[in-house]
Design a protein around this ligand. Structure first.
Ligand code: RB5
Length: 366
């Protein structure tokens, strides 16, 4: 197993102790420097090298040292997937692994002595991550790392979770969650929230210039380019978002996907799928108010891709970290747009705190 190791001049005093420990354990250190106690180096440089080696899986984990262990951990934690924590006692190292699955341990050359290193590292290497409730917490951190809370910034790239923090959206989500919200109000709110989300969901649609004539003069205006949009509600709750979106983009084509869960395998099975014929030329938005386990959302995106869909995103009202993880894992290219990120799923697969069964609340079937 490879272990990335790095320090600045102030952490150098600990490095030999770290390297000796790793070699004695039969591990393979990848030494990213520094190679002397001479100053002039800056800890973020080495911290980022080690963190990137861990994030890219070039190394299974990392050990970083500076004067306090603080600077290198702050820098390392900027790299996606890295969890770096200063550990100056064996107990801290044990808990940091058991509860936080820390993959980079950091040490301060001005805080501990080289003789303390073996105990600390031994505690870290001999402890396993406990998972369970701790995994639920790490999932939330992973989602936050991938999330962009939007308030008008441009959204480039793909594969992100975008959480809408607009006050109007948040206000309406607060009402739709309430158990005393009537079916009529629920329907109206779901359409309104979906409509408000359209502005940001469509932010990266390409524009082209055309010439028009105003009553005063000829001018150039911008118009949406290409074949534009398709929206695909997942039956049945996704239907509750369609009209709200069509009010803003009335020319969008609408497909439909019906999925049920096989009682034996628990996998989603398609029972209906009708998509616009030119789906491959459109930006496709799958609509499903609740992203719980992510099983049906991921299956819906797969179905659309199988039929030629190239740019597929998911638009939801409320999501659980479990669902976001699954969709990102199965479809790393798909953006997920949500109005709220909730805590977790309960034993029945409902999002907590959520809003209950969106389909039943939308159609009054319970
Ligand atoms: C370098 O003198 C020192 O500031 C650095 O090693 C570290 O302690 C920062 O957190």
């Amino acid at each position: 197993m490879k272990v990335a190791v790095g320090c600045d001049h102030a952490g150098f005093v600990l490095k030999n102790a770290v390297l000796d420990f790793l070699r004695a354990k039969g591990l393979e250190p990848l030494d990213f420097g520094a190679f002397s106690e001479e100053g002039g180096d800056d800890y973020p440089d080495v911290a980022l090298k080690v963190a990137r080696a861990v994030s890219s899986e070039e190394a299974a984990c990392g050990v970083l040292m500076c004067g306090t262990g603080a600077g290198v951990s702050i820098a390392a934690n900027k790299v996606s997937g890295v969890r770096a924590v200063p550990c100056h006692t064996a107990e801290m190292a044990r808990l940091a692994r058991a509860h936080n699955d820390v993959n980079v341990i950091t040490l301060g050359g001005r805080v501990i002595k080289p003789e303390q290193v073996p105990d600390i590292l031994e505690a870290w290497f001999s402890t396993s991550f406990e998972g369970g409730r701790h995994l639920q917490r790490l999932n939330k951190i992973a989602v936050a790392e991938k999330s962009t809370a939007i308030c008008g910034n441009t959204l480039e790239g793909a594969g992100r979770t975008v959480i809408f923090d607009h006050p109007l959206v948040q206000h309406k989500v607060g009402i739709i969650r309430r158990k005393d919200t009537t079916v009529k109000q629920f329907r109206e709110l779901l359409q309104e929230i979906a409509g408000l989300m359209v502005y940001e969901v469509t932010r990266s649609l390409p524009l082209t210039e055309i010439e028009v004539e105003t009553p005063i003069a000829k001018t150039t205006v911008r118009t949406l380019a290409g074949k534009k949009l398709a929206i695909v509600p997942v039956l049945r709750a996704g239907l509750g978002m369609v009209d709200g979106i069509l009010q803003i983009v009335p020319n969008a084509k609408v497909g439909h996907i019906g999925l049920y869960r096989d009682p034996e395998t628990l996998n989603p099975v398609e029972y209906y799928c009708k998509l616009p014929q030119d789906i491959q030329e459109r930006d496709v938005f799958v609509l499903d108010p609740m992203l719980a386990t992510g099983g049906s959302a991921a299956a819906a995106i797969s179905l659309i891709k199988k039929r030629g869909g190239k740019k597929v995103s998911l638009v939801c009202l409320i999501a659980a970290p479990e669902g976001i993880e699954r969709v990102h894992k199965e479809h790393p290219d798909a953006d997920i747009f949500i109005a709220a990120l909730d805590s977790h799923l309960n034993d029945h697969g409902y999002i907590v705190p959520g809003l209950g069964d969106a389909g039943d609340r939308l159609f009054g079937t319970k």
